[in-house]
Design a binder for this molecule. Sequence first.
Ligand code: GRG
Length: 292
Amino acid sequence: MTRFDDYLEQINARLQALLPVSDYDAPAVCDAMRYSIAGGGKRIRPVLLLESCRLCGGNPQDALDFACALEMIHTYSLIHDDLPCMDDDDMRRGKPACHIAFGEASAVLAGDALLTEAFHAAAACAFAKQHPDRALEAIALLASLAGAGGMVGGQAIDLQSEGQAVSLSRLRLMDKLKTGALMKAACAVGAVLAGAEKAQRDALERYADNLGQAFQITDDILDVTSDSQTLGKPVGSDAEQQKSTYVSLLGLETAKQKAADCTAAALQALATFGDEAAFLRKTAERLLKRTS
Ligand code: GRG
């Protein structure tokens, strides 16, 4: 079994254990949470968190509930992003979006509950009792990077920018927040839980920043070059919603080159870790070549 598969198995099993079950009179919200979490997804963010912890000398097992918390936050953001009041997309992770399967109100609640359960999981885990100082710092990081100064802020800029010409620098800011903030959370939280030195954490944050940008550019490219079957969500939605993207601003070929340059910068950031960072290098290379 590869390390990626091993991480994946642990994350998926722990997510199942952490999510609430419908044992009271409000089954739809629990079912909707489980539906969206179980609906696939690459699990990139929790894998990055576990590996960042390992790379900084920590035990990935200690970071597992934080990794699951991050995936819950990511999944809540996808549920809310698909709602009619946001991107209004019907498909996610190859299945009907949460609001299509469960109705809008249950999808809103499922997102709210995933966000709340994420912080419950992080605060209540065994590691938090053993290392409250590290856990508290990690929880604060998760909150600030997911909130108005991070992912939610990026989504707000995105919504505000629909139908408007957006400069490259504003697009970069938006994506740094919307997509990059949770990538940064993955690497920084993993480092904090391991008690990393400042130089290690800085290197991982540089990696995450460049990886996040490459990831977003690739997302924009796939929106025009892929098909909905492969991607598991609608394609062409950026143009439909008149959104500026790296492809619309730079053209397809320059966007591809920029994604490759950002990936190269992400690899460069890992130099300080030497061969031990092979897994993170391979992850960045895989994400550049991803088809979904
Ligand atoms: C609604 C608060 C709020 C935030 C939404 C995540 C997000 C912000 C919007 C999703 C739209 C989008 C295409 C964002 C850009 C890149 C991105 C985050 C893609 C989805 O992540 P993947 O590809 O998804 O890792 P899986 O399904 O593999 O987990």
